[in-house]
Ligand binder design. Sequence first.
Ligand SMILES: Nc1ncnc2c1ncn2[C@@H]1O[C@H](COP(=O)(O)OP(=O)(O)OP(=O)(O)O)[C@@H](O)[C@H]1O
Ligand SMILES: [Mg+2]
Length: 334
Amino acid sequence: MLELGEGGKGVRRVERYAIVSLPKEAVMDGAVAKAELVEAAMREAWRKLESRTRDVAMALPASTVITKKVLLPGSATDAEIEAQVAADANQMASFPLDEVSLDYQILGANAKNPNENDALLVVTRKERVEERVAVAEAVGLKPVIMDVDAFAILTAYEQLAFQLPDHGRGQTVAIVDVGAQSTHFNVLHDNQLVYQREHALGGNALTSEITRRFDMTQEEAEDAKRKGLLPERYESEVLQPFLDAVALEISRALQMFFSATSYQKVDHILLAGGCAAIPGLDDVVHGKTQTSTIIANPFAKMAVSPNVRARQLASDAPALFVACGLALRKFDPA
Ligand SMILES: Nc1ncnc2c1ncn2[C@@H]1O[C@H](COP(=O)(O)OP(=O)(O)OP(=O)(O)O)[C@@H](O)[C@H]1O
Ligand SMILES: [Mg+2]
């Protein structure tokens, strides 16, 4: 959980944040499998956060949504648009329309036919939204936005594009979100999303290896890896092979991107997600891919509240990437 506020002169400020890890079995394939575990983690994070705000923006994992660009007539009434969007959604979803939750965003006039608008339609199972809303409400929070993590990444990226030469204009940038179960590989060209793919490798693999090697429970392993409290042979025998595996997966992801598209190079790799907090991952990825690699810090141009430890924030920043994209969202107060 992350709260952003106003730091004056149009600058945002990191007010507070809290990170609590979720047991592996709490969320399975994007579905809340054990609501009581998710609730407990959220309650603990909320307690640690010590915020007075109850409005929250949340995100669905990209794997639970289907997105598609559709054409909508420019002159249509709201009712006509609703009807067409429902028809499109019905085609996209493999389940009944009354189980669908959908939303769309008009992107602008279609290049070939200016009488029509390009729109991005997002469809998910209602259940995926409702189970998340239910957990937040059980903790006393008020969900005001349900986003998608892959979109939140793009929102957060806007905060750090300034660190790239020419603000990323004309360049190809891979944002690699290395999470717990999976790695999301997103490529932007000229700051527009051009490619997306999910790879099944994440920090859980490292945690499992720690439990096996050092005879620890899941929780002990999770805690020990974050704090770096492990026997000396951990670095060479467990951590290094994991970093190599991540770098190899990223270099494979790049090859797949090159063969699936007409792009032949990536100018920068931005590492985000919890695993990007592991010191040295950027060097290993750079060594393997021979591509400039940066640890994503979405707070680089934000102010930081005196209540937040700046050093700790610097190391947690990549893990807060999605949360940052969510906290940047605006909504109309009810
Ligand atoms: N300081 C750290 N050192 C090592 N690993 C870390 C650190 N902080 C977080 N992680 C690891 O990062 C992973 C969590 O990352 P993140 O919060 O991005 O995942 P997620 O979005 O919940 O998962 P997914 O995207 O796979 O659904 C966990 O495996 C966690 O152990
Ligand atoms: Mg993630």
